[in-house]
Design a protein around this ligand. Structure first.
Ligand code: HEC
Length: 163
């Protein structure tokens, strides 16, 4: 009389544990995908970190200065569309609006481009650096840019980031 009871119990147990295992595998692969497609890095500009700033200066001169200018002044008439209908490169110094944006915004715009980040259909001349620069190089170039802002602009930018 006892045997069937044990059998039923065992069957249920096997079923429950396989279900549990299956769910665990599905969940694990889901999290794995999340992590590998968007590795968690700390997105934080470091204008006081000398290593980051000097790496950033190199990266900036080689990759950004051609459009945004060696002295971060941007292109001429940057507020008006050019003959082809595109916006010129804006300045990255305090006269532009780079400092109005958070670290996250600046990083993602540089890495993935304006269209992908803002989910906008907006053809533009800002290159996408995902395949060109490492995350550290992108953060370094932006840290260099920030290090060039006057002290009070850097403080205002810090405050915005902490919100
Ligand atoms: C081929 C020219 C070109 C190069 C090279 C370039 N940019 Fe740009 N960038 C642009 C243009 C043009 C815009 C403005 C696009 C628009 O709004 O239509 C822009 C916009 C930006 C913005 C947004 C600024 C804001 O106020 O919204 C950031 C940030 C930026 N660039 C960072 C960089 C960095 C960092 C590099 C180098 C790693 C770089 N850019 C290299 C042309 C360039």
């Amino acid at each position: 009389m006892e045997k069937p009871v044990i059998k039923i119990f065992t069957k249920k147990w096997i079923l429950a544990s396989s279900l549990f295992l299956l769910m665990a595998v599905i969940l694990l692969s889901y999290f794995n995908k999340l992590v590998s497609s968007d590795p968690k890095i700390v997105i934080r500009l470091e204008p006081n970190n000398l290593n980051m700033v000097s790496l950033g200066e190199l990266v900036y001169k080689e990759n950004c200065a051609g459009c945004h200018g060696l002295t971060l002044k941007g292109q001429k008439n940057w507020k008006e569309r050019d003959a082809d209908g595109y916006m010129p490169a804006p300045p990255h110094d305090e006269t532009g609006h780079t400092w109005h944006h958070s670290d996250q915004y600046l990083f993602y715009i540089t890495k993935y481009g304006i269209e992908k980040f803002l989910e906008l259909d907006y053809p533009n001349n800002m290159p996408i650096y995902e395949q060109v620069l490492t995350d550290t190089e992108i953060l370094a170039s932006l840290s260099y840019i920030k290090s060039k802002w006057p002290e009070h602009i850097q403080r205002m930018h810090d405050e915005m980031n902490s919100n």
